[in-house]
Design a protein around this ligand. Structure first.
Ligand SMILES: *[C@@H]1O[C@H](CO)[C@@H](O)[C@H](O)[C@H]1NC(C)=O
Ligand SMILES: *[C@@H]1O[C@H](CO)[C@@H](O)[C@H](O)[C@H]1NC(C)=O
Ligand SMILES: *[C@@H]1O[C@H](CO)[C@@H](O)[C@H](O)[C@H]1NC(C)=O
Ligand SMILES: *[C@@H]1O[C@H](CO)[C@@H](O)[C@H](O)[C@H]1NC(C)=O
Ligand SMILES: *[C@@H]1O[C@H](CO)[C@@H](O)[C@H](O)[C@H]1NC(C)=O
Ligand SMILES: *[C@@H]1O[C@H](CO)[C@@H](O)[C@H](O)[C@H]1NC(C)=O
Length: 445
């Protein structure tokens, strides 16, 4: 066969199988999302022989799984709530990664897990509570979110920079000397959601504490009349030497956290903050299409950065529901971006692999878990539903003391080394040595 013939056949095949999306038709949205989910689950290890339940394939980390499951809970709820196979897949994956203490600090992730990673899992588990997703009998999704909240809040550190969480939980991980917006944003966001779900003001007070500190330390600050959220700073200079990069998921987490607080308190101070962050979120759109601005929105973005729009999209959807006056602005962004995402899902050998550049009108050659989950969540934002509370039918059981009596070994920066972890312990020793000798943990990976 001549090259020309192969080329035109390929072209023909691609034209036929790209993902179709009518943004005004729920069935069409769910059908488009189904093929995106199919692509996403190609990366899932938990249903493959010998694969770890709840994990996605290399090079995707534990926290990526947390991101992915939050989106899958919504997809299941909005589109396929009669699919027992999918329900089981999500349930098993999320529950299996809870760890021995049911607080999402599994002992074998201590080489990778920071406060932000635990927090993103917290968002997924809270999503399950708010969607009334099938609860585990012994440890409800709500209870596990409370365990995540309690363990995170117990790490609040007033010794440096007058408050805030460090990026890392464990001393040996690179970034333990850094405080950042995403870690603190996760605590803020989860506290706001727990306040609304349980109607308990203590959580709202903690959300306020985090917000006030963010402003005090200057991670959230006004520049030319615009509220911006920076990445973070090292504790060394009392958090004054700011890293000023801006990331969409950080904006999303604060934006929707403020929307939860507004919805819970009915206080216009929170609505003002919602409006201000919404206005500065304009940074993440070009010609109406969402893009990860700071890394260029293309193949230069790394595996983490290429997933951020999934959380950002989910948070925009939640905000549009909880602070209804934002709906017009957000819908305009989501409509354009979802349409763009769908037309990017026309690549790969299956012809439905999603891309990174949503403004191109076709696949840009970039692919991965991040592209699949971002496309999925921007589509789900088109049909987002009101998150439940305990008063509106959310049946997940509360345990305010979850996570407070587990010896919190992570706070003492020790880990239990069980016999299965022996191999890991060797690696750990090597890493500690590397850190002591001034090397970086990342050299290992
Ligand atoms: C970590 O622990 C879980 C739960 O015990 C186990 O299923 C898994 O295989 C372990 N390894 C990884 C890489 O998750
Ligand atoms: C149920 O979900 C699984 C896993 O996503 C999928 O393979 C299957 O096609 C779904 N079944 C139906 C009837 O949609
Ligand atoms: C350190 O930073 C915190 C937070 O910005 C501030 O409240 C505090 O006054 C600073 N302390 C010193 C000694 O500069
Ligand atoms: C809170 O969210 C609900 C659900 O969308 C909405 O009906 C209600 O108006 C919101 N509350 C406020 C204060 O905007
Ligand atoms: C949530 O799930 C529980 C238990 O399955 C059920 O009794 C309750 O009606 C559900 N709530 C809603 C709003 O569907
Ligand atoms: C509210 O939450 C706080 C913090 O977890 C807890 O100490 C308190 O007992 C809770 N109050 C109620 C009424 O459940």
């Amino acid at each position: 066969m001549k090259f020309g013939t192969i080329f035109s056949i390929t072209l023909l095949v691609q034209l036929v199988v790209s993902v179709e999306l009518d943004i005004n038709d729920k069935d069409s949205i769910c059908e488009a999302a189904k093929s995106v989910v199919q692509g996403e689950l190609n990366y899932y290890e938990g249903t493959k022989y010998g694969g770890t339940v709840g994990m996605f394939s290399n090079p995707y980390y534990w926290w990526h799984a947390g991101e992915a499951f939050g989106g899958l809970v919504d997809y299941y709820t909005f589109c396929e709530s009669d699919n027992k196979t999918l329900e089981k897949l999500i349930y098993n994956g999320m529950y299996h990664q809870a760890g021995d203490d049911y607080n999402y600090i599994p002992s074998n992730q201590s080489m990778t897990e920071g406060n932000d990673d635990q927090g993103v899992w917290g968002m997924a588990v809270m999503q399950a509570a708010e969607r009334n997703f099938t609860d585990p009998k012994d440890h409800s999704w709500l209870e596990m979110t409370q365990a995540i909240y309690n363990t995170m809040n117990s790490r609040w550190d007033t010794k440096h920079c007058n408050g805030g969480l460090r990026w890392q939980i464990f001393t040996w991980n690179s970034g333990y000397d850094y405080k950042n917006s995403i870690a603190n944003g996760c605590l803020f966001h989860i506290a706001a959601r727990l306040a609304r779900f349980t109607d308990n003001k203590t959580y709202a007070k903690v959300a306020e504490k985090v917000w006030d500190w963010m402003e005090d330390v200057g991670f959230a600050t006004y520049v030319d009349d615009e509220l911006v959220v920076y990445d973070g700073a090292k504790i060394g200079g009392n958090c004054t030497d700011l890293t000023k990069s801006k990331w969409s998921y950080t904006y999303g987490i604060f934006l929707s956290g403020c929307a939860y607080m507004y919805n819970y308190t009915n206080d216009n101070t929170w609505l003002d903050r919602v409006d201000e962050i919404l206005r500065s979120s304009d940074f993440f759109f070009k010609d109406g299409y969402m893009f990860e601005h700071t890394c260029g929105g293309g193949s230069d973005c790394n595996n983490d950065e290429r997933t951020f729009r999934s959380l950002f999209s989910r948070c925009l959807g939640l905000t549009s529901i909880l602070a209804p006056s934002t709906k017009d602005t957000i819908s305009t962004w989501i409509d354009t971006s979802a349409q763009g995402a769908a037309s990017s899902c026309s690549g790969g050998t299956d012809g439905i692999t999603c891309g990174e550049d949503w403004s191109k009108g076709s696949w840009d050659g970039v692919y991965g878990l991040g592209e699949q989950m971002s496309a999925l969540e921007v589509m789900m934002a088109l049909i987002v539903k009101t998150p439940l509370t305990a008063d509106t039918g959310g049946s997940s059981k509360s345990n305010v003391n979850a996570g407070t009596n587990t010896g919190s070994e992570e706070n003492k920066n020790e880990i239990k080394v069980t016999s299965q972890d022996k191999a890991g312990a060797g690696v750990l020793t090597a890493v500690v040595l590397l850190i002591i000798t001034g090397g970086s943990i990342w050299m290992l990976f």
